[in-house]
Design a protein around this ligand. Sequence first.
Ligand SMILES: [Zn+2]
Length: 99
Amino acid sequence: MSGFLDKLKDFFTVPEGSSSKFVKFNVICARCGEEIPVRASKTSDISRVYEGEGPAGAEYFLRKEILGNNCNNLIYISIYFGPGYKVISREITGGEFAD
Ligand SMILES: [Zn+2]
């Protein structure tokens, strides 16, 4: 009995901080003002930056299209991360970053 529940608990408990498999942030839709939570997977959404690419110190790169629930405005983001997934450069069209 406990085995199944333990697995469920693991599934819903996402560790926070640098050990998380996801980078999380919010964006705001420029058309309708909806605040949209974004979850980018470090393994499938974020790619490694090779030497000579991107801004100085960049290690990871994320490019993503985001669609909210309220309208069909597509938001495009591109973010460069340094060590520890610290944001060092970011661009957005169709919306703005919430923080
Ligand atoms: Zn919208």
